[in-house]
Design a protein around this ligand. Structure first.
Ligand SMILES: Cc1cc2nc3c(=O)[nH]c(=O)nc-3n(C[C@H](O)[C@H](O)[C@H](O)COP(=O)(O)OP(=O)(O)OC[C@H]3O[C@@H](n4cnc5c(N)ncnc54)[C@H](O)[C@@H]3O)c2cc1C
Length: 478
């Protein structure tokens, strides 16, 4: 009698290296069916955004190529219900087990728990693994048994936890068993993830779509730029960060692999200076863990402020202003550069994310929801935990957030982090001819006719924001 196959359910882990579910399934010695189930159910209020649909299209294609090189293939199915679609595949293939890596978005946890219980009830083995986070959000608590809401103690607690496991190697081809007959599969194209708009072609050229591309980028970063990371990570004109966020979002690389390779790079350097730079990079990976810790423990924060008194903040409804921000037409060069980089490449530098978010929430007084939704739709690395943390942090209403009264001056930020205006010239070409400091704040006389004048006066907008903040303060005192 044939051994029944097992299904490896791929989700936000579209890779072969350090994939504990795949590793265990292959090690079971049973035929392995790698599967991807497409459905929006369980994603709650956050169905895939436009850029992540494009990214997913390419990442699935690349995963199928890697699997085929290993003598396997990806089975793609789609349906309104993940549970029903997965069950149909199990039934068709007579699979005896499902292996998968956990996700941590609240709605997905609920869906996956329900699916796992239902499968177990009908005698299907379910094997679940942690692969997307270094620490289980349910295992990191303060001394009083509460979740953390401040980063630094969370970071210290993480460093005091048992060492992070080493990444698993990709299963060797000789160990794979495949089913005698493969079930039918849809093609990636049939999922219809790409929009009609030709935007997707140019934006996709900026994404590292495959596991090999992402690991190559990681190794290049760790070979040298990481030794300047702490000093240069805020410089918008330099390519000084790892570029790992999209790979982490799709699981083309695991955080264990990033952590392990960064630690090895640290060991190669003797100087405390270089090690300090690498420590700053490792620390950012813990910010990602903190974001998931908050998401799991405070799931309402994807839409509600963590600081409840912010619920009364008098946000302004201004569709026209929102559109100018989205299109990079605010008249503030660094803000416009960031918004255009986002639209054209599906990515934006972290410092600029903070500047544009501050501009939306504090200069325009537009609710951070609108910014979070726009990022969700346009970022390749759109991630519910990191995006929520980033927006609540900038708006001043989240855990360990920047205080509301600290309002970024976009011109001063540009002068500091894009001193020669290289970043602005790259993304706002109509300003390329401006020399010196004019690039940061084009004077009316020199402003090109096709570039807008500033849509608000920053100083006045700042005063108005602080006045609006009084309502929150009043609420706190009441
Ligand atoms: C308003 C706003 C929205 C954001 N939305 C997202 C998002 O949707 N998805 C996303 O991945 N990041 C988001 N970030 C965080 C950060 O901007 C990106 O992770 C970073 O720019 C990615 O570039 P990198 O991989 O080169 O980062 P590096 O500087 O090389 O950092 C390495 C990794 O550490 C993690 N990391 C770095 N900074 C942060 C941070 N501030 N918060 C949490 N994790 C961090 C990321 O996983 C990143 O890939 C947001 C930040 C802000 C201010």
């Amino acid at each position: 009698m044939n051994t029944p196959p097992v299904i490896v359910w791929f989700r936000h882990d579209l890779r072969l290296t350090d994939h504990p579910a795949l590793h265990a399934a292959v090690a079971s010695g049973r035929p392995v069916i790698p599967a991807y189930i497409h459905s929006d159910d369980g994603e709650g209020d956050w169905p895939l955004g436009g850029a992540t649909r494009v990214g997913l299209h390419h990442a699935l294609g690349a995963l199928d190529v890697s699997l085929r090189e290993a003598g396997s293939q990806l089975i793609i199915r789609a349906g309104a219900s993940t549970h029903e679609t997965l069950s149909a595949l199990i039934y068709e293939t007579d699979a005896s087990a499902v292996y998968f890596c956990d996700r941590y978005e609240p709605a997905v946890i609920e869906r996956d728990d329900a699916i796992a219980s239902a499968l177990r009830r009908v005698g299907i083995e379910v094997h679940r693994y942690r692969a997307g986070l270094l620490y289980d959000p349910a295992e990191v608590y303060t001394g009083q048994g509460n979740p953390y809401t401040v980063f630094t103690p969370f970071y210290r607690k993480c460093l005091a936890m048992p060492p992070i496991r080493s990444p698993l190697v990709r299963p060797s081809e000789a160990d794979w068993q495949s089913p005698e007959t493969w079930p039918t599969t849809m093609s990636v194209d049939e999922l219809g993830l790409l929009p009609d708009h030709p935007w997707h072609e140019s934006v996709a050229s900026h994404m590292n779509c495959s596991e090999a591309d992402v690991l190559g980028r990681l190794d290049r970063f760790l070979a040298d730029p990481v030794t300047r990371y702490k000093d240069e990570r805020d410089r918008t004109d330099l390519d000084a960060t790892s570029g790992m966020s999209t790979g982490l979002r799709f699981g083309l690389v695991s955080p264990y692999t990033v952590w392990d390779r960064a630690l090895r790079a640290r060991q190669r350097h003797r100087s405390s200076e270089a090690r300090g730079q690498i420590d700053a990079f490792l620390r950012q990976l813990i910010w990602r863990e903190f974001a998931y810790h908050l998401l799991v423990h405070f799931p309402h924060t994807t839409t509600e402020p963590l600081r409840e008194n912010f619920a009364v903040f008098p946000w302004v409804d201004d569709e026209a202003a929102l559109q100018r921000w989205q299109r990079g037409q605010t008249g503030y060069p660094i803000v416009d550069a960031g918004m255009r980089q986002l639209w054209q490449t599906g990515w934006m530098h972290n410092r600029v994310r903070m500047i544009v978010a501050s501009f939306l929430c504090k200069d325009l007084l537009i609710h951070w929801h609108h910014g979070a939704r726009w990022f969700w739709d346009t970022l390749f690395d759109a991630d519910l935990a990191n995006n929520t943390l980033g927006w609540q942090w900038t708006a001043g209403c989240g855990a360990d957030a920047q205080p509301f009264f600290r309002i970024f001056n976009p011109t001063a930020q540009a002068e500091k982090f894009d001193p020669e205006g290289v970043y602005i010239r790259r993304w706002v070409p109509e300003l390329a001819g401006l020399s010196g400091q004019m690039i940061h704040e084009p004077p009316a006389l020199h402003r090109p006719s096709d570039y807008p004048e500033p849509m608000v006066d920053h100083k006045r907008a700042r005063d108005e924001a602080l006045a609006a903040y009084e309502t929150v303060k009043a609420k706190s005192l009441a």
